[in-house]
Design a protein around this ligand. Sequence first.
Ligand code: 1HE
Length: 267
Amino acid sequence: ALDPKDLAYANLSIREHGDGVAVVTLDRPEKRNALDVATIEELIAFFTSARRIGVRAVVLAGAGDHFCAGLDLVEHWKADRSPDEFMHVCLRWHEAFNKMEYGGVPVIAALKGAVVGGGLELASAAHIRVMDATTYFALPEGQRGIFTGGGATIRVSDLVGKARMIDMILTGRVYQGQEAVDLGLAQYLVEGSSFDKALELAEKIAANLPLTNFAICSAISHLNNMSGMDAAYAEAVVAGVVNTQPAARARLEAFANKTAARVRPNG
Ligand code: 1HE
């Protein structure tokens, strides 16, 4: 079990659900979970420590009807920041989202309502996105007179392609429903609760070996940043470590002994 003192935050509510599955909830529903400086610092703290404190998978959710309204526009307006100050705000966002994407702990985002601006940047740093009938995606930055600063130019472009990302930020276009899945904004669209589905996926994923999940949720992103030659080499090195881990031997033996489940088509 995780130590409750490792899970005490103010703007995040964190509880353990099942063996090593941490449910991390953005907990400012009265502000539609807008990302202020304090929340970003808590995301950095949690995702920096997640693997060390024994977290095996994370469900990332939002309290209330909306996942996340993006940058706290009121805090930003009141602070009247200098360019240098806002650059450093953005660097902290990148620290948080890079810790998520490259940290080696699977993150499954349970999306509902608005997933907009920085909320979409946050969601796109997760490894799996689950949406429901209420979920909608947009980049309102163009309309607000600002620009993305939390990685949308990289991660949202990766999900939907550069041309669609440019259209989203130029026009404020909203994507929802099956179309959003078809474009790659989410991998799952459920009729019921995205949270229940995300939790089901997290529990299944947490049963994988942690070193295997580490490779999947860290190495793949790193490898994608490399040249093809370097990526193939590094993939071999990662596989050398992961595929010979002692903990994998029992699973391989079960396959050899015909006691392990076979891969079958969906019934
Ligand atoms: C906020 C924020 C926010 C709500 N910052 N306070 N993001 C946006 O442009 C989206 C802005 N938000 C909205 O469009 C809507 O609020 C929602 C669609 C998300 C929700 O609508 P609704 O009708 O449920 O709520 P509301 O009445 O608009 O807001 C409720 C409260 O949340 C209200 O505060 P109150 O004190 O007056 O009650 C709102 O001010 C507050 N609130 N969203 C601050 N975003 C690193 S660069 C990233 C750049 C961006 O992310 S830009 C995109 C910003």
